[in-house]
Ligand binder design. Structure first.
Ligand code: SF4
Length: 248
């Protein structure tokens, strides 16, 4: 597959992060589905999956400009967002997402300090599980939502599965591993490649499908597969609510 990824640029201002967007919504997937959350989406990814729905964060020609922001500037923006909704930061999760946020791991520690200082005490990270987080992040991130990629991503196995990273996240006991499933082959692949590395009870399966109808069609089948294999099921609330429309 041709690599169409844009390489992260060095920015002029030291310590800034390439923010694509910051918005208030609800967590759509996994253990915290339905919880109100502020999302901070960063540009760039180290993989480039063929079906990625956030190509606007990494694909050459599609990357949206975004802004280079200092950690404290991001915290101020988060506080502004929740004050518009008359909410306290303690009630709201902050979700660091991308792209692949671990590309910026060194600078994220400072952001975590800043965000906690602003009163937010629950910080989630969404990662593809191929870049080792710093010790500092392993200790201070409240929950890891890891989405390792299957062969249907068209990414070489040595690039998309990094066992040491998956093991490290699993050892925190504050990590779930989410997979989008289209057929039984995907489930077999999880049993073969991932169950030996990560704990089964932290594996969530979600139905593949870009529309509400696609999701609903697979849901019954996938629920029965989850109970058969001892995995957990997660809806994809954003697709059920809005289909493939990009919503915040
Ligand atoms: S790892 Fe995630 S953000 Fe990166 S290309 Fe794959 S789906 Fe998209």
């Amino acid at each position: 597959m041709t690599d169409t990824r844009l390489e992260p640029k060095q920015n002029g201002k030291a310590g800034t992060l390439p923010v694509n967007e910051i918005f208030y919504s609800v967590q759509g997937e996994g253990r915290w589905a339905g919880h109100p959350a502020c999302f901070v989406r960063f540009n760039y990814c180290n993989l480039g999956c063929k079906w990625c729905d956030t190509k606007f964060t990494w694909e050459a020609g599609k990357v949206e400009a975004g802004s280079e922001m200092l950690p404290d500037e991001i915290s101020v923006k988060l506080k502004e967002l929740i004050s518009e909704h008359d909410l306290s930061p303690r009630e709201i999760h902050v979700v660091l997402t991308g792209g692949e946020p671990m590309i910026h791991a060194e600078r994220l520690s400072q952001l975590v300090i800043s965000v906690r200082g602003a009163g937010f005490n629950f910080i989630e990270v969404e990662t593809n599980g191929t870049i080792m987080p710093t010790d500092d992040l392993l200790e201070n991130i409240s929950w890891w939502n890891c989405s390792p990629k299957l062969s249907n991503s068209d990414i070489a196995v040595t690039k998309r599965i990094v066992p040491d990273v998956l093991r490290k996240l699993s050892e925190t006991a504050r990590a779930d591993f989410k997979f989008v499933i289209s057929d039984h082959d995907d489930i077999n692949e999880i049993e073969k490649e991932f169950v030996p590395i990560i704990s089964r009870e932290h594996i969530f399966l979600m139905p593949e499908g870009e529309t509400r109808d696609d999701q609903l069609t697979r849901m019954g089948w996938l629920l029965s597969k989850c109970s058969e294999h001892g995995f957990r099921f997660s809806p994809r609330l954003q697709v059920l609510a809005w289909g493939n429309e990009r919503k915040k």
